[in-house]
Design a protein around this ligand. Structure first.
Ligand SMILES: *[C@@H]1O[C@H](CO)[C@@H](O)[C@H](O)[C@H]1NC(C)=O
Ligand SMILES: *[C@@H]1O[C@H](CO)[C@@H](O)[C@H](O)[C@H]1NC(C)=O
Ligand SMILES: *[C@@H]1O[C@H](CO)[C@@H](O)[C@H](O)[C@H]1NC(C)=O
Ligand SMILES: *[C@@H]1O[C@H](CO)[C@@H](O)[C@H](O)[C@H]1NC(C)=O
Length: 422
């Protein structure tokens, strides 16, 4: 079912919880089992912890537009008490959810019975003292805040600030800053909407706060550029403080150049020193101190360069692939087609193509590297470019913050792969 297509995947800050959002507006949270003492060689597996409907389809009567319930992004807040908090967003509305456990329930009300029905007052002859009785563990999700009516265009990113009091939401043309406590007001911090929409040449594609400096954030654009903004410089950050762009190689210029240079994701490294961007064919790593070119460029699927025409015709060229760092910023992961995903080791410069499939997800199965063959003779185990399945795309992946555990969303399947112990 298309409602089951996973549209975002996100670990919490310690990796014990993993949340997914789907096209049907649902959020599913997985929790890692405690490691069992009897089976010390088995790492804790992730099991469903809570499932809830975060967004519903809506209709915008003013514009006669359907608003999809699809969850575009989920971001966890750091845990502060027994409950967990996360933000989820569709195209228009961000919601703050509280997820909490309950294992006791009050019993012995005076005015109502155990099912909540009011008791006949004439039958109440004595006062009871309500008590808490243990019950099966229940996980409840409750919407705590709804941040609506601030976006005219589609929200593509949300990012929690390191001050943990504010977050931002970005759409095609604007970025808003919110306080978690205030839902009826947000501050517009970036606005690139031209006075005349016919002059529109560029849209915002992704945005993220710096992991440690609460005044700094970046946003990427459909023209392949990244802007770093400092909120201390001015309230409206229309003037960036840094501008990252790689001059185009004129020999590679084609009809598709602008489309394939559009950035689909931007991520700060955990250290805050680098930013990573994903465009259609590559992943790039930029040093915050060098604006004129990336320090590293990795080819994700360069063999598609000769297929851009058909990828344009079937709209695949507009797919928005995300990218992630591993916990130590030494490895990069991003998706491709045919349920393939790629890893690049920044130190050894080695790269690998892996496949998310049922076969590989059996317990103790080992992920075998895959190879795509370009022209010439195809060796055993290789797959030819022409037989790649472009309907199987890996757009969303997540890497555990401190261990080698990855979550890969392949259409409506979630795969979790982890390192072997010893
Ligand atoms: C992540 O989730 C686990 C719950 O299993 C919790 O114990 C932990 O505190 C969470 N981490 C953060 C940083 O919120
Ligand atoms: C937002 O709501 C608060 C509390 O209801 C109110 O005091 C404040 O004036 C409102 N702000 C705006 C901009 O409507
Ligand atoms: C130009 O194309 C070649 C392959 O056709 C590729 O290896 C190279 O990275 C491209 N240059 C740029 C700047 O994208
Ligand atoms: C990725 O980062 C994690 C956490 O720092 C580290 O344990 C792991 O070895 C790294 N993975 C690789 C393949 O280097």
């Amino acid at each position: 079912f298309s409602a089951d297509i996973i549209s975002t995947v996100e670990f919490n800050h310690t990796g014990e919880l993993l949340a997914t959002g789907d096209k049907g507006g649902r959020v599913v949270i997985f929790q890692r089992e405690q490691e069992s003492k009897n089976q010390p060689h088995r790492r804790g597996e992730y099991n469903v912890y809570s499932t809830f409907q975060s967004h519903e389809p809506e209709f915008d009567y003013l514009k006669s537009l359907e608003i999809e319930e699809k969850i575009n992004k989920i971001r966890w807040l750091p845990q502060q008490n027994a409950a967990y908090f996360l933000l989820s967003t569709n195209d228009k509305t961000v919601k703050l959810w509280k997820v909490s456990e309950r294992d006791k329930r009050p019993e012995g009300y005076n005015l109502k019975d155990e099912d909540g029905r009011l008791r006949d007052p004439s039958m109440i002859t004595m006062l009871r003292v309500p008590v808490l009785r243990p019950m099966d563990l229940m996980v409840e999700a409750t919407p705590r805040r709804v941040f609506a009516n601030a976006h005219t265009y589609h929200i593509n990113s949300i990012s929690v600030n390191s001050d943990y009091e504010t977050y931002m939401s970005a759409d095609d043309l604007r970025i808003n800053l919110w306080n978690f406590e205030i839902t009826n007001q947000s501050f517009n911090i970036v606005d690139i909407k031209p006075a005349n929409m016919e002059e529109l040449t560029e849209v915002i594609t992704a945005a993220e706060f710096h992991p440690h400096h609460c005044n700094t954030f970046v946003y990427s654009s459909s023209k392949g550029t990244i802007r770093l903004c400092d909120m201390r410089a001015a309230a409206l950050c229309d003037r960036h403080s840094k501008f990252f762009e790689e001059p185009e190689d004129p020999s590679n210029r084609s009809f598709f150049s602008e489309i394939i240079s559009s950035i689909s994701d931007v991520k700060f490294s955990h250290s805050g020193r680098y930013i990573m961007t994903r465009d259609y064919l590559t992943v790039k790593v930029w040093d915050l101190n060098m604006e004129n070119r990336p320090i590293e460029t990795y080819q994700v699927h360069d063999y598609l360069r000769s297929k851009l025409c058909s990828l344009y015709e079937n709209d695949c060229i507009f797919d928005k692939f995300e990218c992630v760092w591993n916990g130590s910023d030494s490895v990069i992961m991003t998706g491709s087609y045919n349920n393939f995903f790629r890893m690049f080791d920044r130190n050894t410069k080695r790269d690998v193509t892996l496949e998310a499939s049922r076969e590989n997800s059996k317990p103790r199965a080992i992920l075998k590297p895959r190879k795509v063959c370009v022209g010439g003779k195809r060796r055993k185990d290789e797959i030819s470019v022409d037989s790649l399945d472009f309907s199987k795309k890996i757009l969303h992946t997540a890497w555990h913050p401190s261990e080698n555990i990855i979550a890969v969303a392949a259409t409506n399947n979630l795969y979790i792969f982890q390192d072997k112990v010893n």
